[in-house]
Write a protein that binds this ligand. Structure first.
Ligand code: FAD
Ligand code: DHB
Length: 386
């Protein structure tokens, strides 16, 4: 088998890349380890930046998102017994976010690829990357072989592409945080119209949503927390304790439909390329989810890679491909800083002393009272222009 671009991974990065390449007349094959049902059900991120929404709409895969997604023009920071709104419409006019589940984006992209006759292989085993430092790279999986001009590693943080790069090529920058997030999806109407990011002495809590009838919540938990330690009653009582801190706010509870624990990590591998292997999305970098940037960065990488591959396959020019890593890393590092900053602003760190906690509160007061500081938060949150 032969294709122009062999793509490993059918997450948002791999699927969007395959779709955008198709629009440019470039062929690809997507190899995914999991089943279609599995990737379509995997609950993860939910906040789409303006640029991500625009990208999906321009690519013709935004129709359901525009219909069912929830546009938001602000978020609430809740701490010290009060809520403070960060008003996007005032601070960054014309820019907003859309709340639409990542797995809905994945479903829309899979449907679009299949409708166009795209080659998506699910449940493939043992994908191995070969000869990316030559002009004839190829992938093997099961007992098949796929020859490619270019390979795109879109296989997430635990994939095979990044580890296939020889030792000594990549520089790794990373930071672990001393907590994790317990996330749940619940059958209950949201108790707030906008997202609430709550800083609390008991730990951080986030109230998000998916639809007018489905809510999404996250709790800061110890890094070694296990789901067995968190029966439903404990989850709801902890969410209430951390969110019901302003007069008149009552959290509605309901059936928990899905739950999971995510470690918190910052990670960047540089460069995002080796020979004819290009890394995109979580395969190259991870952010803690507090800034809602992971999925949006994957989309930004894929936009850059599509332009570079289009120039390469159309004119044989390699300038954009050579600049790929550097171009992406500018945005990646901005998002790294923003995600780190939001995380340290809103979580409790066991090692923090009283002084550190006062600094954190002082910064929160600044962000919620100074238009300049609030604009910094808002313009990063809705996403910087491409
Ligand atoms: P992924 O979505 O990870 O897709 C990679 C794909 O490659 C997967 O389908 C995987 O099955 C496949 N794959 C892996 N290895 C192989 C292999 N060897 N062969 C073939 N296929 C392979 N971001 C937020 O903004 N907010 C959140 O709440 C949030 N929650 C998250 C929860 C979890 C558990 C995780 C892991 C991430 C979360 N993120 C969140 C981050 C966000 O979901 C990711 O940044 C986004 O999924 C990145 O997309 P991607 O396509 O690069 O990688
Ligand atoms: C969601 C996830 C995030 O990481 C975030 O910062 C905001 C919302 C969500 O899943 O809805």
């Amino acid at each position: 088998m032969r294709t122009q671009v062999g793509i490993i991974g059918a997450g948002p990065a791999g699927l969007l890349l395959s779709h955008l390449l198709h629009l440019r007349g470039i062929s690809s094959v997507v190899l995914e380890r999991r089943s279609r049902e599995y990737v379509e059900r995997r609950v993860r991120a939910g906040v789409l930046e303006q640029g991500t929404v625009d990208t999906l709409v321009e690519a013709g895969v935004g129709e359901r998102m525009l219909r069912e997604g929830l546009p938001h023009h602000g978020i609430e920071l809740r701490y010290g017994g009060a809520g403070h709104r960060i008003a996007f419409e005032k601070l960054v006019p014309g820019r907003s976010i859309t709340v639409y589940g990542q797995q809905e984006v994945v479903k829309d992209l899979i449907a679009a690829r299949l409708a166009a006759g795209g080659d998506l292989r699910f449940e493939v085993e043992d994908v191995v990357v070969h000869d990316v430092d030559t002009e004839q790279p190829y992938l093997t999986f099961g007992d098949e072989r796929l020859d490619c001009d270019i390979i795109a590693g879109c296989d997430g943080f635990h994939g095979v592409s990044r580890p296939s790069i020889p030792e000594g090529v990549l520089t790794i920058y990373e930071r672990d945080y001393p907590f994790a997030w317990l996330g749940i999806l619940a059958r209950v109407a949201p108790s707030s119209e906008e997202l609430i990011y709550a800083r609390n002495e008991r730990g951080f809590a986030l109230h998000s949503m998916r639809t007018p009838a489905i809510s999404r919540f996250y709790l800061q938990v110890p890094p070694d927390a296990r789901l067995d330690d968190w029966p439903d009653e404990r989850i709801w009582s902890e969410l209430k304790a951390r969110l019901e801190t302003v007069p008149g706010f009552e959290l509605a509870t309901g059936e928990i439909l899905e739950r999971g624990i995510t470690p918190m990590r910052s990670f960047v591998a540089e460069p995002m390329q080796y020979g004819r292997l290009y890394l995109a999305g979580d395969a190259a970098h991870i952010v803690p989810p507090t800034g809602a940037k992971g999925l949006n960065l994957a989309v930004a990488d894929v936009r850059v890679l599509t332009e570079a591959l289009a120039a390469y396959f159309k004119d044989g020019t390699t300038e954009l491909l050579e600049a790929y890593s550097q171009t992406c890393l500018k945005r990646v590092w901005r998002a790294q800083h923003f995600s780190y900053w939001m995380t340290t602003l809103l979580h409790t760190f066991d090692e923090d002393d009283a002084y550190a906690r006062r600094l954190q509160l002082s910064y929160l007061d600044y962000v919620t009272s100074s238009e300049a500081a609030a604009t910094t938060l808002a313009e990063n949150y809705v996403g910087l222009p491409f």
